[in-house]
Design a protein around this ligand. Structure first.
Ligand code: AMP
Length: 278
């Protein structure tokens, strides 16, 4: 594995790619969720690139940019063991200049749910993903795939739309959500949770399990499912419980194979999101 800290060096090494390229962008503090994306990229491509970049433009005032967990040594080890070819770790200065061209998330899909709770977050996220895709594919690989977790469902849908709207030559691969054995979706932010908070946080995945039970019993009414989920979430400061189709349009009734059930809330000071695709 080669660790690359400059754009010039990145272009030098990606010149040597003579096959398909799989790319996994991350913000580091890697866990099994990231690892599953990397492993899938490894299985499906000749070359695998992972980036670690805590992107300042997607953090809002008062969010955890400064405190975001950093584990560069452990991350490098995980990548090496997983067979990553290039670990790209740029600096903020390399990625941004002062007066930047901006990308704005679409006005409906980008402004509901996470878009409302974190205004500007998706603009910054799309901006950095566009940069990273262009950087990794700069030398025009034979084929180019980028791997994103369904854990960040709205992010995944918006990136897919950006690629379509801007005709970017990349295949976006959605990857399943990886959970701890108790059901908690893995997240770099889980380390902020105290023992008691971690137990409370399990209500998020339990509420989704409750929703899937209801759907299996043929309860398709969205407001009934939301009410039942909120009962499970009683100890959580819920931000939203939403049921949308795969285009992020609100639903009145569940559409099988075209529904995402999303939940977001705070446990103590930690904001958590989870979802289920049915
Ligand atoms: P992050 O480092 O949080 O920006 O995440 C990098 C990528 O890993 C994103 O595509 C996330 O959706 C994905 N990811 C994070 N947590 C999980 C998880 N528990 N299961 C699957 N993918 C995940």
């Amino acid at each position: 594995m080669v660790t690359v800290n400059s754009i010039e060096e990145l272009f030098e090494v990606t010149k040597l790619f003579n096959g398909s390229v799989g790319f996994v962008p991350t913000m580091g503090a890697l866990h099994e969720g990231h690892l599953s994306l990397i492993q899938q990229a490894r299985r499906e491509n000749d070359f695998v690139v992972v980036s670690i970049f805590v992107n300042p433009t997607q953090f809002l005032e008062g969010e955890d940019l400064e405190a975001y967990p950093k584990k560069e040594k452990a991350d490098a080890k995980i990548c090496e063991l997983a067979g990553v070819d290039i670990l790209f770790i740029p600096t903020i200065e390399m990625m941004y200049e002062r007066d930047e061209l901006k990308i704005t998330a679409p006005s409906i899909r980008g402004f509901i749910l996470e878009g409302t709770k974190r205004p500007g977050h998706f603009d910054g996220m799309l901006q950095v993903v566009m940069k990273l895709l262009n950087l990794i594919a700069y030398n025009k690989p034979k084929s180019f795939r980028a791997y994103f977790g369904k854990k960040d469902a709205q992010q995944l849908v918006l990136i897919t739309q950006m690629v379509k709207n801007y005709f970017i030559n990349v295949e976006i691969i959605p990857c399943p959500i990886i959970r701890d054995s108790d059901g908690l979706a893995l997240s770099s932010r889980n380390i902020y949770l105290s023992k008691e908070e971690r137990v409370k946080a399990l209500a998020l995945s339990r509420s989704l399990k409750r929703a899937s039970e209801l759907v299996m019993q043929k309860e398709f009414d969205v407001s009934t499912i939301q009410k039942e989920m909120l009962k499970v979430l009683i100890e959580i400061e819920v931000e939203y419980v939403a049921l949308v189709n795969h285009q992020f349009q609100a639903l009145k009734y569940i559409e099988l194979n075209n529904t995402i059930i999303l939940v977001a809330g705070r446990v103590g000071r930690t904001r958590l999101i989870d979802n289920l695709w049915i």
